[in-house]
Design a protein around this ligand. Structure first.
Ligand SMILES: Nc1ncnc2c1ncn2[C@@H]1O[C@H](COP(=O)(O)OP(=O)(O)O[C@H]2O[C@H](CO)[C@@H](O)[C@H](O)[C@H]2O)[C@@H](O)[C@H]1O
Length: 604
């Protein structure tokens, strides 16, 4: 090890950065010097100084016993608090849960201190009671909430415990998160998510978290809150009304990420009083719309307030960012607000630990790009047997996985199936959601017993089997902010056939990694015959390529994509750093440490 220069940093909070390693002094006296080797960078420090590094300390030179010498080794980076109504795998109804599952560990791997906060909908096996209880005002009552915690993949997973979450959803984490049945909200959702936002603002100050090797104690106030979708839109408002006027969180900032603008949190205007916000916030919520539910006309709109009161607005793909400002149909009447604030799109990554053909726990045959052509037919046969279709590896299989709502276009697909089912093809549709659409799935099997199956369940194992065994995945969305299904499919050599919208445009290249069907009509009440034809003709076009060298090439192109959270996490870092929160430093090019180790795998 080469000798390192001893830096003379003895004043309070002086700091030096070198290749992503930062040292700051929090004590005045420097008694001895020592050399720490941190990842690939060698730095010199004084004993008694706070050593802040963004990576695992590999070796310490000149220090007999690091622990006894009270070197505090921790990451500097940023302190990030992700807030959401779902966090996978503990709670997940769709892609939001996936993002909260995958992006935070990627940020932590890059040296940032990262917490997620979500409701405790169930008795999660691995989350312990911190015994920290706080009182919050919700509506006209005072409510006690408690924090539960576990530490996984470098992330503090914090769960907010209150009967409003646990009693409603107990034992059913994949459903009932938002309402008793799909499409119906719980009456008290505003109170529930007000509690979540307030609890998220308290957590960094009141929780003394010490599970990490590198960080300890409360997160403090120099944090960035990353709010996700309408359920978290009150957070920037409470920050400004309850904390900053009291001199708290003065440097904290809020980034607000839109995963789906179709859900905005529109409620009766009089409900503003439930939120316990000063009147000057009313204008940010004020919204006129023509829809009748819950009342016609003037309403409050949570997402509008989230957009106006946050410091940075993001969404989950660049193309969706463009669509959102393009007009009222795609911006769902918030396009004018977004044009004012501006919005940045970063394509989601996906969890490459969960979605890897080499390690997939739901498939009996593992494969990579060199063995895909021999492995896939075997998995396809297992899939056909599982759903009760004729077992024949020579028949191309098309899969669909998604929430059954107008967004996902399962109704357009149902209308298109008769137009291509005469081909040599089988189709398997997996999804849950609106009852009428679930019924359409049940009818598939009756109409085409040898060719089609519809499974109206939330079934993770079957989702993995479809992606591993099917030749194509179809994503006929009317709109799709990013879309994770096509990302999950590509590493398995399952070729996407997608509508040309949102992240599907950014992630699937026509003729190279898949097939584009063109943009669909976003009117949800009608099934446009033009879109039905677009599905049928594109599926036929894809079937014509099946089994040719061009198709094998497409499979290889799909499998060669880098789709992990690594690159998106770096982009997120750049944006969040630019918010200029005090003490924020860049991270490093880190790797997750043993993400599949037993203690890192969540057991909800
Ligand atoms: N029946 C079923 N059984 C098992 N698993 C099922 C399932 N139905 C869906 N899934 C899983 O749920 C996830 C859905 O991901 P999407 O991106 O399509 O979700 P969604 O529209 O909810 O998310 C929103 O947020 C995400 C995240 O930002 C955006 O990608 C997206 O465009 C936006 O609409 C995938 O992991 C999929 O495998």
């Amino acid at each position: 090890m080469a000798t390192a220069t001893a830096w003379n940093c003895v004043s309070r909070r002086s700091s030096v950065s070198k290749n992503g390693v930062a040292i700051s002094s929090s004590r005045r006296e420097a008694k001895a010097t020592a050399t720490l080797r941190v990842a690939k960078t060698q730095i010199a420090v004084h004993e008694g100084l706070r050593v802040v590094c963004n990576a695992r300390v590999i070796r310490a030179n000149g220090i007999q016993n690091m622990k006894s010498r009270k070197f505090i080794v921790c990451g500097l980076g940023m302190k990030l608090i992700f807030v959401a109504s779902e966090v996978g795998p503990w709670s997940k109804t769709g892609g939001l849960g996936d993002v909260l599952g995958g992006l935070p560990p990627a940020m932590a791997a890059n040296g940032h201190r990262v917490m997620t906060i979500a409701p405790r909908y169930d008795q999660y096996k691995d989350a312990w009671d911190t015994e920290v209880e706080i009182e919050l005002k919700a509506g006209d009552k005072t409510e006690k909430v408690r924090f539960f915690h576990c530490y996984k993949r470098g992330v503090d997973r914090v769960f907010v415990d209150h009967p409003m979450f646990l009693e409603k959803v107990w034992g059913k984490t994949a459903s009932k998160v938002y309402g008793p049945v799909a499409g119906i909200d719980y009456q008290d959702n505003q109170i529930r998510f007000s509690l979540l936002c307030q609890a998220a603002l308290e957590a960094p100050r009141v929780l003394n978290l010490n599970s990490s090797e590198y960080f300890s104690g409360p997160y403090g106030e120099d944090v960035v809150f990353i709010c996700n979708d309408w359920h978290t839109a009150l957070l920037p408002c409470y920050l400004k009304s309850m904390y900053q006027p009291r001199g708290l969180y003065t440097s904290a900032k809020v980034a607000f990420c839109i995963h789906n603008i179709a859900y905005q949190g529109r409620f009766a205007f009089a409900d503003f009083n439930l939120l316990n916000l000063p009147d000057e916030f009313k204008s940010s919520f004020d919204f006129i719309d023509g829809y009748e539910k819950p009342v016609k006309g003037r309403k409050i709109n949570w997402m509008k307030a989230g957009i106006l009161e946050s410091d940075k607005i993001l969404t989950v793909s660049p193309y969706y960012a463009k669509e959102l400002v393009s007009g009222p149909d795609k911006g769902v009447e918030l396009d004018n607000i977004l044009r004012k604030t501006s919005i940045l799109g970063i394509v989601n990554g996906m969890d490459v630990q969960e979605w890897s053909p080499m390690t997939d726990k739901f498939t009996s045959v593992k494969f990579d790009s060199s063995t895909v052509m021999s492995a896939k037919p075997l998995i396809k046969e297992a899939l056909q047997a599982e759903v009760g279709l004729p077992v024949d590896k020579s028949i191309p299989v098309v899969g669909f996985i998604g929430r059954l709502e107008e967004q996902k276009g399962s109704d357009i697909l149902a209308a298109a199936i008769p137009e291509f089912i005469g081909e040599n093809v089988q189709i398997i549709v997996l999804g849950t959601g609106k009852k009428a659409m679930e019924k359409q799935l049940d009818e598939l099997e009756i109409q085409y017993p040898l060719k089609a199956r519809g499974v109206a369940k939330f079934n993770v194992k079957l989702a993995h089997m479809i992606i591993a065994g099917a030749d194509f995945i179809i994503v006929p969305s009317r709109f799709e902010p990013c879309g994770l299904i096509q990302l999950q499919a590509m590493p398995y050599g399952c070729v996407p056939i997608v509508a040309s919208t949102g992240g599907l445009v950014d992630t699937v290249k026509e003729g190279y990694t898949g097939f584009q069907m063109g943009a669909f009509n976003v009117e949800c009440e009608t099934v446009d015959p033009v879109d039905v034809t677009a599905i049928a003709t594109t599926v036929k076009r894809a079937l014509a390529v099946y089994g040719t060298p061009a198709f094998s090439e497409m499979i290889q192109n799909c499998m060669a994509q880098e789709l992990s959270w690594k690159k998106p996490a770096k982009k997120w870092e750049e944006v969040l750093l630019n918010l200029g929160v005090e003490g924020s430093e860049p991270g490093i090019e880190g790797e997750e440490i043993a993400p599949l180790a037993k203690e890192n795998v969540a057991t909800p």
